[in-house]
Design a protein around this ligand. Structure first.
Ligand SMILES: [Zn+2]
Length: 345
């Protein structure tokens, strides 16, 4: 039964024992951290990189090198302009450390955040690729570990919540010990804004990119959450685009964009090389996505509906929970992972 796969304009989803094996990949950027946690547990505002020199009081150090602070409209552009010049080496290092220290101190509030929902909406076949440095995603992951069956986290720009052991080539939570040699983890490199990012320079970053590409190359669904794919980072966009094209599922793969309504047109144009129009959903909140409506089975619900004409009931959608315990208890009741099918799809 069905159309022979060589006549289809797309590849069929990979299925093993009635379970989908293709990942749902979520790409997160600064907008996701702001949606998850605008103020941290201690009331500290999470700064955007653009004006971080003002928030962190780095202006004096910048002035000491003869720059006029009022001329700096964008920290990223300023940093990028000095980073590769030997005479500003010390200033660049100083700014980098100050930013890292600030991010390190941020703490996720106790109540459930969008990052908790996001992590718990996916399973171990899936991945979250985060371009953020803040530790919120890693902190949310850690407190949900006990639920089990969680996605992979990937940080192609580095992250202050994660640490690395250079000797063992391992990665783990920043304030823990390496599981191989029991030494403390060192800082994971942060890729600061420079015109040409060299993703191959650090082996750990190179590995993060390899993993990101691997997941995207067989993704059956992509959600872009608060990541605007800045034109200054064309390399990242191209790496992701090329990997995703390999998946061969554009015609039936879900593509969701969560971003501000004010940037809808610009963002749809930005990403349209990657999606099929009829599969694209644009929204300004996680609550309108397949992840919220069908947590843990986002793509299973999609393929049951479009390939099997057997839509699932939305009776296990997320609600807004007041406590993390309630959210976790709810997630544990979701167990219908099998696809509905009588014939192979
Ligand atoms: Zn080690």
């Amino acid at each position: 039964m069905g159309i022979p796969s060589d006549l289809l304009p797309y590849r069929k989803p990979h299925i093993k024992n009635k379970r989908l094996t293709d990942p749902h990949v979520v790409i997160v950027g600064a907008g996701a951290s702001i949606a998850a946690c605008k103020y941290d547990k201690n009331g500290v505002e999470v700064p955007v990189l653009k004006n971080i020199h003002k928030v962190l009081g780095l202006e004096t150090a910048i002035k000491d090198y003869g720059f006029s602070v009022s001329d700096i409209e964008d920290f990223e552009m300023f940093y990028s302009s000095i980073a590769t010049k030997p005479k500003y080496k010390d200033l660049a290092a100083y700014l980098e450390n100050a930013v890292r220290d600030y991010f390190k101190k941020l703490e996720l509030p106790d109540e459930p955040t969008y990052y908790d929902y996001l992590i718990l909406s996916l399973t171990e076949k899936d991945a979250i690729i985060s371009f953020n440095w803040d530790p919120f995603l890693a902190q949310a992951y850690r407190r949900n570990l006990k639920v089990g069956n969680l996605p992979m986290m990937i940080f192609p720009h580095g992250n202050v919540g994660m640490g690395i052991c250079e000797d063992c080539h391992t990665i783990g939570y920043a304030d823990t010990l390496c599981s191989e040699c029991y030494n403390e983890f060192g800082d994971m490199p942060l890729l600061f804004p420079v015109g040409e990012k060299d993703y191959g320079k650090h082996s750990i970053i190179k590995f993060q990119w390899k993993q990101a590409q691997e997941y995207l190359s067989h993704a059956a669904g992509v959600t872009v959450f608060g990541y605007s794919a800045p034109v200054t980072d064309r390399e990242a966009f191209d790496l992701m685009k090329n990997a995703y094209q390999e998946s061969g599922m554009k015609e039936i793969a879900l593509f969701e964009i969560i971003n501000l309504e004010s940037v809808r047109e610009e963002q749809v144009t930005r990403w349209e090389e990657l999606f099929n129009k009829k599969m694209m959903i644009y929204t300004d909140t996680l609550k309108n996505t397949q992840l919220w409506k069908f947590p843990r089975v986002s793509l299973e619900a999609l393929f049951d509906a479009i390939l099997q004409c057997h839509p699932r009931e939305e009776n296990k959608s997320f609600q807004s929970f007041n406590s993390l315990d309630d959210l976790q208890a709810f997630v544990k009741t979701i167990d219908e992972y099998e696809l509905y099918f009588e014939t192979e799809i």
